[in-house]
Ligand binder design. Sequence first.
Ligand code: PMP
Length: 472
Amino acid sequence: MTVSVSPSANFSLEELDKLSLFHPVTSIADVQKNGPLIYAKAGGVRMRDHHGRDLIDLGAGLWCVNVGYGRPEIADAAAAAMRNLSYYHTFGGASNEATICLADRILSLLRERAGAGHLARVFFGSSGSDANDSAYKLIRYYNNLLGRPQKKKVISRLGGYHGVTYASGSLTGISAYHTAFDMPIEGVLHTACPHYYRFGEDGESEAAFSDRIVADLAAMIEREGPETIAAFIAEPVMGTGGVLLPPADYFAKVQALLDKHDILLIADEVITGFGRTGQWFGSGAYGLKPDIITMAKGITSAYFPVSATAVSQRVWRVLEEASPRMGAVMHGFTYSGHPVGSAVAMANLDIVERDDLVAKTAENGPYMLRQLQARLAENPYIGDVRGVGLMIGVEFVADRGSRRAFSAGLGPHRLVARHALERGVLTRALPFIDVNSFSPPLSITRAEIDEGVDRYVTALADAMPALHTLAS
Ligand code: PMP
C-alpha cells in the first residue's frame, strides 16, 4: 500500500514508519531490520493487520481492552461527549458532569465491590505512570504536611511494574527499564520478588517463603529506619513481572508490618482494577486495605487514556485540613478529568456491568487456565502455568525437574511469541522472567479461548526444534 502525503509520497507505510516513528519499548535496530507490524482493524477479540491477516488478541492490547475492540456504544458516547463538551479542564474547581459521575462511581465500586469504603476522593490523569507519579508526589505532600519531611522513601518490589516516568519508572523493579536512564532515583528501594516458583528454596513451603521475604522487607525497613519510609507499592497480582499471584498469607503479613511502622500502602491496580482477576479489584480479592489505589487501563478499556488515583480518608483529611494555609494543591494535568474520557469510562463500565463481565471472568479465567495447563502439561520447557481470572502466565524453563531457567538473554518466550504471531495469536513475551502472558478481553467466549489456545499450542510445536537448541 502506498500513501500519497507530500513530501513522502510513494513510500510504503512500512517505509514511512521506519523513517518517522519513534516506537515505545522497541529495539530501533529490530524495526529498521524487520519493519513495523501495522494493525488496521479490530473487533471483539480479533484483529487484522494491514496485509489482511486475521489474529486473535490474547493480550487485550497491553492488558487493557477489557470489553473487547470496536464497541459502538463507546464510540457513540465519545462522539456525543465531543459534540457536547469536547474539553474543559478541572483546575481551580472547574468540573463537568461526566467526571463527577465517574469519581462517584469509582468510589462506589471500591466501597461495594472491594470493601474499600475508606477511599475518599479520586484524582484523574491519563496513564498508569502518571497515576503512580501522582501517588508518589501526594505521599510526599502528605508527610510534609504532617511535619515529617524525612519520611519519604518508597519501597517497591523486584519485578514490579509501575510505569516509565522518572518516579514511576524508578518504582518499577525491572532493571531493563533503568539501564542507561540513570534510574532508579534516590529514595526508591526494591525488596524481594514474591515469585515462589522461581525463588522459593528447595523444600521451602509457600508460607515459609512468604515469611522469609516479609522478614527481608522488615529488615530493610529497620536498616533504613522506619521514620524514613513513607510507602510500599505493590500490584495485587504482579503483571509484567511474570503474572505472579501473591504467595500464601503474603499481603496479610506485609499489611501488618506496614501498619506497625505507619507506612502507607499503595495498591497499583492498573491491571487488576475493573475485573481482570474475576473480582472487581485485586484489593478486594486479596484483602488489602490500601491508602492509595491507582487505576488506568480497565477504566475505559483503553478507548480513551484515563487514569485514577484514589486516596483514603486518612490521607485526604490531612490535605483538606492544611488547605487554608497551603492554597491550591499544585499538581494536575491538562487532561485531568477530561469530559470525553469520563464519558467513555462511564459507557465502558456500563458494558462491564450489563454484560456481567466480572462474573464471566471468574468462570472463563479458570477455564482458560485449565485448557492451557492440560495442553501444555507434557511440554518439557514449560515449568509453570498459573493465573487468576483472565491473567495467565506460562513460564519457560530449560529443565523442568530442577526448574533451571534458560540462560539470560536467550528468550525462549520471545521465540514462542514470534511463532504464535505466525499462527495468528497475539501473546506477550514479558521482560523480567521467561513468561508468555495471556490477558484477553474479558468478553472472550469459550469458543474463542479454545481457538486461541489451539493456535498457541500449534505455535509451540513449531518452536520446539529451536527450543531444543536453546536448551542444549
Ligand atoms: N502499573 C501497572 C501495574 C501496569 O501494568 C502499567 C502498564 N502496563 C502501568 C502501571 C503503567 O501504565 P501506562 O503504560 O499507562 O503508563
